[in-house]
Design a protein around this ligand. Structure first.
Ligand code: TXA
Ligand code: MG
Length: 315
């Protein structure tokens, strides 16, 4: 594995069918040429990811977009106008050039144009769309720094440095229906943000669309993590780390990471995965407690990540 901030070298690796971990505004991605099935297969292998979980394809311009999908829907261009480049993934019917491995055999493909400059330059220099899941082992905590990638994927061919991700949680994923959009995964772009462009289709998301990769357990630290509730008062706090948002729960914990100084949910999103990584790596901590927030707006995305992180520990 080599690591630096040489985008040309990283792009050459992509062209040679190798894997490159790279920064995006949401989380670091583990990238390969999306049109090369052999390169894409290496992503599943290194991540130990089941092949039923489809990958998002990253683009840097709308010409690439037009090659990935036959859809020419003015609603997509309105969404792109407002939210691209940025943390929004749109699921659309795929064209034939997209390998089945990328979409797990689905007839649709998830497409996103990241706002991170390094990510877009990498795509442009590689001269191909880049398929990339988050650059963590399957089911574990997503990386928001290059160090997090190195911890979980030391064998990746190249890690492109880009500092800490500015959003901190994965993109909002939507699909389009006849009457509007449906949210498949919550993120920093909220339903309310999207409604400024298109109406929400409040019909239930079909099982088939929601199913791929949307597992109940995910983002899981190797240490017990629980979302704070009435029973938190009873736990031994001497080896407990608190992920604190408001400060209201801070009493008694041996270590506290305050994820927001200004009661700002965006700050919680930016710092959430990093806080989980820090406590996971801290030998003085046996249990992580995370402060819940109201499930509105960005709070929906944060609670989705927290519920998935605690799922295996609650069983
Ligand atoms: O912010 C992000 O989206 C990051 C960065 C690297 O761009 N990527 C990311 O990828 O979160 P990943 O693999 O961790 O999550 C991709 C999820 C899949 O688990 C699946 O739920 C959904 O995207 N997805 C991808 N293609 C889909 C499709 N055709 N239909 C429905 N869901 C799809
Ligand atoms: Mg992921």
């Amino acid at each position: 594995m080599s690591q630096s901030n040489n985008i040309e070298t990283a792009a050459r690796y992509i062209q040679e069918g190798k894997l490159v971990a790279f920064p995006t505004e949401t989380v670091y991605g583990l990238g390969a040429n999306a049109l090369d099935p052999l390169a894409v297969a290496k992503i599943f292998e290194l991540k130990e990811r089941p092949t039923f979980d489809p990958l998002i394809v990253h683009i840097s311009n709308m010409e690439q977009f037009a090659r990935l999908t036959p859809v020419n829907d003015e609603r997509v261009y309105r969404l792109a106008e407002k939210f691209w480049p940025g943390p929004l993934t749109i699921v659309l019917p795929k064209s034939d050039i997209v390998p089945d491995l990328v979409t797990s055999g689905l007839p649709t493909v998830g497409i996103r144009m990241p706002s991170n400059e390094i990510a877009r330059q990498l795509i442009t220099l590689s001269d191909c769309p880049i398929a990339a899941p988050s650059a963590n082992k399957f089911g574990r905590i997503s990386p928001t720094t290059a160090a997090h990638v190195r911890k979980q994927l030391p064998d990746v061919d190249y890690i492109l440095e880009g500092g800490k991700s500015s959003v901190g949680i994965e993109s909002t994923i939507i699909s389009l229906t006849e009457c509007g959009f449906q949210i498949l995964r919550n993120g920093i772009i909220t339903q309310e943000d999207l409604e400024a462009v298109l109406p929400v289709d409040s019909g239930s998301v079909t099982e088939k669309l929601a199913a791929p990769g949307m597992l109940k357990s995910h983002y899981s630290p190797r240490k017990k993590l629980l979302v704070a509730d009435e029973s938190t008062a009873l736990i031994d706090k001497s080896r407990a780390g608190l992920i604190s948002f408001s400060g209201d729960l801070d009493n008694g914990f041996s270590k506290i990471i305050r994820v927001s100084q200004h009661n700002d949910l965006k700050e919680y999103a930016v710092n959430l995965f990093e806080a989980m990584h820090t406590f996971e790596d801290d030998p003085a901590i046996d249990i992580i407690i995370a402060e819940p927030v109201c499930e509105k707006g960005i709070g929906k995305a944060i609670m989705d990540r927290l519920r998935k992180a605690e799922y295996d520990w609650r069983k």
